[in-house]
Design a protein. Structure first.
Ligand SMILES: *Cc1c(COP(=O)(O)O)cnc(C)c1O
Length: 428
């Protein structure tokens, strides 16, 4: 859609700018048309076999090889249209990176204020663990209390734009809440499939938000199997992790934000609690986009995956030098978001870890709980156990010497502790 006042403003800006692009060239290159449409999305590409797909149709996995599809943009045109200084005046949500997100029209933009979460310098925690600088990216402030809001804000917006009426998701809890919220905002049907032993607050939240809750005996992978059967029967669209291309786009904005909040530089190390891996893979994608946009240089952080030793398929595969991970049997951990025995994006996670010279660490549930309290009393953040796991991994890597003095470290607190009611000992 052509937005005329916006186009006029762009023309004015270009005619005043010292840019070397002449207006006629700009028109020939469609720059203004794309600016009016806002997204520089060009196509989808299979992350494994590279087959390309029309981005303006609904897709789940690659038809050829069954692997995840990734959104690709015209970053050259985007870099001419948007500068980092333009962002300063924009809304404090992930939609500030509008041109690098897949949505065509703002009419379908579903926003509850997701993203642009604080990056906090943890001064007292630094003293406690004798390391500086240490930052926490606090994702607990997202709508529905976790970073799942990022992915589902973008995925549900795009599904709405492409004509979807009913959505389906298998989830350990947080993704179900986020889907329920954005479906409620859009007026779409949401079907959430949760393990029967999921903490009650997750179930209650989904119900209040109007979703149809299906409780399944088993793990998230079993929820996926039941959900898949219902998909075809009832014609619902599957928004499972990495089984559609746009949750990744929402989560990649964590990488954009980190760069922006650190003055267009990146830290030395990022520690990330990995389940399906969307956040990790998304940030790695973001860094390569940011470099192509000319917004950062080529220096990259080392990425660290942390999992619980009760479910650590990525850690095992990483250290065994494998390209894919074997499914973990008898997966158990108090960190529900990490209880993911098999991830469809395993090869993308392992690639990102290796390309970044990163590593993977498994920590015990005991270490996770202890570290969660350590964050709480030294920062004022009530973290999810997944967030606690990042500090537990940090402590291991610091004592082994993998993290060196003065290296800047970012821990991701991916959610709020508030929904894990059963974990907190209230007896004092
Ligand atoms: C889903 C979830 C994770 C895992 O995220 P991925 O990006 O799928 O690896 C970590 N922490 C919390 C709180 C989650 O809800």
């Amino acid at each position: 859609m052509l937005n005329l006042p916006h186009l006029a403003a762009c023309l004015w800006k270009y005619s005043r700018s010292k840019s070397k692009i002449r207006l006629e060239e700009a028109f020939q290159n469609d720059i203004f048309l794309s600016m009016a449409e806002k997204s520089f999305l060009t196509h989808l590409e299979c992350g494994w076999c590279r087959r390309e797909y029309d981005p303006d149709r609904l897709w789940n996995l690659c038809l050829e090889c069954g692997k995840p599809l990734l959104a690709r943009y015209d970053l050259v045109k985007a870099s001419l249209a948007v500068k980092t200084a333009d962002l300063e005046k924009r809304e404090p949500t992930l939609w500030r990176y509008r041109e690098l997100l897949p949505l065509r029209s703002d009419r379908c933009k579903l926003s509850l204020g997701e993203g642009f979460t604080p990056l906090l310098r943890a001064f007292r925690l630094e003293e406690e663990v004798s390391h500086s600088p240490l930052f926490i990216k606090d994702e607990s402030l997202n709508p529905t209390g976790s970073f799942k809001a990022r992915g589902l804000s973008v995925a549900v917006s795009r599904a709405l734009e492409l004509g979807v009426k009913a959505l389906s998701i298998p989830s350990a809890g947080n993704a179900a809440c986020a889907l329920s919220a954005y479906a409620a905002l859009a007026g779409l049907e949401a079907h959430v499939y949760l393990p029967a032993d999921v903490p009650r607050p997750f179930v209650n939240e989904c119900r209040v938000l109007g979703a149809e809750v299906h409780l399944i005996d088993g793990l998230i992978t079993d929820c996926g199997k039941v959900a898949r059967k219902d998909l075809e029967k009832y014609g619902r669209f599957d928004v499972s992790t990495l089984k559609e291309p746009y949750r990744l786009e929402g989560k990649k904005t964590m990488g954009y934000e980190l760069a922006e909040q650190l003055g267009w530089t990146l830290p030395d190390v990022i520690i990330y609690p990995t389940g399906g891996g969307t956040g990790l893979v998304g940030m790695w994608k973001a860094f390569s986009e940011l470099e192509k946009l000319g917004w950062i240089n080529s220096k990259r952080p080392r990425l660290v995956t942390v999992q619980s030793d009760g479910c650590a398929p990525m850690v095992k595969a990483f250290h065994e030098g494998r390209e894919f991970a074997e499914p973990w049997s008898d997966a158990r951990t108090i960190a529900d978001g990490l209880r993911v025995p098999a991830a469809i994006g395993d090869f993308l996670i392992l690639r990102a870890l290796r390309e970044s010279n990163g590593t993977a660490v498994a920590v015990s549930d005991g270490e996770i709980l202890q570290a969660t309290y350590l964050i709480g009393k030294n920062t004022g953040i009530w973290p999810a156990p997944e967030g606690g796991a990042t500090l537990a991994a940090f402590l291991r890597l610091k004592s082994s010497g993998w993290i060196k003095e003065e290296e800047s470290v970012v821990l991701f607190n991916t959610g709020s502790g508030a929904r894990y009611a059963h974990l907190w000992n209230t007896e004092g």
